[in-house]
Design a protein around this ligand. Structure first.
Ligand code: SF4
Ligand code: SF4
Length: 157
């Protein structure tokens, strides 16, 4: 009997704590909804996607390829990113570049985002600073796997 009362007491205490947090958060969220600013926020939960968290400067988001001054990709198809990628999700095909200073360029550069683990090794390995993961794009979703294949056209945008 005493044990049952103890369990019941703990149960009521737990429900009270949850209800108190819920009501306090609801109160502050309602204030914010009507534009009333308070120092205290309703909850630590960010109301995504209406509100987005500020990303850290070194956050690794969607890849992009950088261009040279003449608009061509900076990538010289050295294959270092392909070699270092642990997910084996980068495919690069080299082509000859008419510029003798450059010699090689990427005729094809594909990243399979369904396999990428966003480790950033490709960025670290690139000797030309041709690939970065600083777009700030994190909501990468698609309805088909094909839409998550990023080629030169998408990566150079
Ligand atoms: S972030 Fe990592 S897994 Fe993704 S493409 Fe670059 S090296 Fe490969
Ligand atoms: S490491 Fe850089 S230059 Fe080499 S293939 Fe990858 S993106 Fe191109």
């Amino acid at each position: 009997m005493i044990q049952a009362l103890g369990i019941l007491g703990a149960l009521i205490r737990g429900v009270w704590i949850t209800a108190r947090h819920f009501l306090v958060n609801l109160f502050f969220h309602t204030l914010q909804l009507f534009g009333i600013k308070t120092k205290r926020k309703g909850a630590v939960t960010i109301q995504y996607p209406e509100k987005k968290k500020e990303l850290a400067a070194r956050h690794r988001s969607l890849h992009r390829l950088l261009k040279r001054e003449d608009g061509k990709p900076r990538c010289v198809a050295c294959m270092l990113c392909v070699t270092v990628c642990p997910s084996e999700c980068i495919v690069v095909e080299a082509a000859e570049d008419p510029d003798p200073e450059v010699q090689k360029t990427a005729a094809r550069f594909d990243i399979d985002l369904t396999r990428c683990c966003f480790c950033g090794f490709c960025v670290e390995a690139c000797p030309e600073d041709a690939i970065r993961m600083d777009t700030g794009v994190i909501d990468i979703s698609a309805l088909s796997r094909a839409d998550l294949q990023y080629g030169l056209d998408k990566l150079l945008k």
